[in-house]
Design a protein around this ligand. Structure first.
Ligand SMILES: CC(C)(COP(=O)(O)OP(=O)(O)OC[C@H]1O[C@@H](n2cnc3c(N)ncnc32)[C@H](O)[C@@H]1OP(=O)(O)O)[C@@H](O)C(=O)NCCC(=O)NCCS
Length: 241
């Protein structure tokens, strides 16, 4: 029997949350954790021992008044299978992504599988990244612009078209996190993609989100984002599709 309590995440929990996330190589950044609670103070919960040690974390952040999205669900290995993961954020219409082998965790708790047609590919690379192998040739009529607030409405509209619902606050926070660099693709004045790069909790370079209509645009965006990270050649990169 483990004595622990569950409460909303606070900024002082960051070292403990990072420690839990590191064991599962989670991809969020410290800045994202802070931004998400600014927007949704009860959107991340932590499980803590009486000593204050963080043993679990789970996010279910509201994207708008109707939809929340879950992630960062993790319990330290030594404390698993004791129902710690079963504590949840209440009163949310919640979506999430799950790997196929874990989907039972969610279907057993009432989630329905709504989408099977896409896959998550994860690449990790240790060593200097050679971005020279990537193309820098944009298709005719496409330009990549460095993020500015002026492009937010274009990005929101594009993101909504892809995702199917409005998540403007989360999109804005992502673009505005201090260590984040974002590029926006336009074709004849219409937004056709956007992509961000940032440092994740284990100081690796993380590209994402990155969305685009044309794979060729995505490749150039990917190359230019990586090249904007000052020490990407020393650190290891991580790409999450
Ligand atoms: C998933 C996780 C958070 C569950 O935490 P926990 O404290 O062990 O949770 P509980 O004791 O409440 O058990 C929850 C369920 O997870 C299931 N589970 C745990 N690990 C699993 C695994 N590797 N594969 C499939 N199911 C698993 C348990 O069987 C249990 O299912 P059931 O109650 O429906 O039979 C924990 O295993 C973990 O941190 N895993 C690594 C990170 C991860 O994979 N997160 C989920 C990404 S989709």
């Amino acid at each position: 029997m483990i004595n622990y309590k569950v409460r909303p995440f606070r900024p002082e929990d960051i070292p403990g949350v990072v420690d839990v996330g590191l064991h599962s190589t989670y991809q969020y950044s410290k800045e994202s954790l802070l931004n998400w609670i600014k927007y949704d103070p009860e959107g991340i919960i932590v499980a803590l021992l009486d000593s204050g040690k963080v043993i679990g974390v789970c996010a279910a952040v509201r994207h708008n008044d109707e939809v929340a999205f879950g992630g960062a669900f993790c319990v330290l290995e030594a404390y698993r299978d004791s129902d710690v993961g079963d504590k949840h954020v209440e009163n949310r219409n919640l979506g999430l992504n799950s790997s196929a082998d874990k989907v039972r965790i969610y279907t057993n708790r009432g989630f329905r599988v709504t989408e099977k047609l896409w896959s998550i590919l994860e690449y990790e690379f240790l060593g200097p990244l050679n971005t020279k192998v990537l193309s820098d040739a944009l298709p005719a009529g496409v330009v990549l612009k460095t993020f500015s607030d002026d492009y937010l409405e274009d990005i929101y509209a594009y993101d909504k078209m892809l995702i199917g619902y409005d998540r403007r606050e989360i999109v804005k926070e992502n673009c505005k996190e201090p260590s984040t660099k974002t590029l926006v693709a336009f074709k004849r004045g219409i937004c056709v993609g956007y992509g961000s790069v940032k440092s994740n909790i284990f100081d690796a370079t993380r590209v994402g989100p990155l969305y685009c209509n044309d794979q060729k645009v995505g490749e150039v965006m990917f190359k230019r984002l990586l090249e904007q990270m000052p020490d990407v050649c020393q650190r290891f990169g991580h790409v999450h599709h």
